[in-house]
Design a protein around this ligand. Sequence first.
Ligand code: F6R
Length: 265
Amino acid sequence: MEIHIVQNAERGAEVVADVFVRTLQEAGESGTVLGLATGSSPVPAYAELIRRHREEGLSFARSRAFLLDEYIGLPAGHEQSYHHFIRENFTSHIDIDDAAVVSPDGASADPVSEAASYDRRLREAGGVDLQILGIGSNGHIAFNEPGSSLGSRTRVIGLARSTIEDNARYFDTADDVPVRALSQGLGTILEARRIVLTATGAGKAEAVAQLAEGAISARWPATALQMHPDVTVVVDEAAASKLELADYYRYSRRLEAEHPLLALG
Ligand code: F6R
């Protein structure tokens, strides 16, 4: 895991955007499959990518995108649907084809079949080249709540009480937060070829410490990422405050800067 501890959200956004640019460049003509997260964590990175698109000509024209998850019971056009969120905050501001931005259908009459079909569609698209993730305060990634199997696939999942409380800020009341979601599984996410996770704030400190340094366990689902060979974690000082090895991560990034061919995961 390559852990970057950054001074502020703007610097974090640049580090995340650099990972996107590297992935887009490597794919060249063949195009990239991007895995997109919603929620507040990736928004600064999306803003930086939009800026690079507008000011530096960064193009997503050959990219496709798959969302991580979607609430069940909200129609696609609903203000709080992730289908809507990703367009508002990212994809409608860049040159990606809207039809190439795919999310699970939270309004499907048969969510169980929809989950299986979403997993299949991801595989048929050749899998995800770069997956961006946030992390829940309880250690979830996508909506893989504590207790999720490390090999889980896209499925219907019930939201944990803590997630409903965390996400209530987007709704009028906690009772309006949907209680179920369609979510890529941990096994699905681990198939992405590259992953970048970003987190800010003290509320994420415990989850970030577990993610990087805890024992791999369904208790903290993000620990599954320790098994992946290409994960970059970008956190601010507050989110990094419970990392026991913070000094080592800082030292490793400095060494890499001095010796650019080193990759000290
Ligand atoms: C969103 C998602 C969630 C969020 C997580 C953090 O698509 O899958 O796992 O990344 O709940 O949310 P924020 O960034 O709002 O703190």
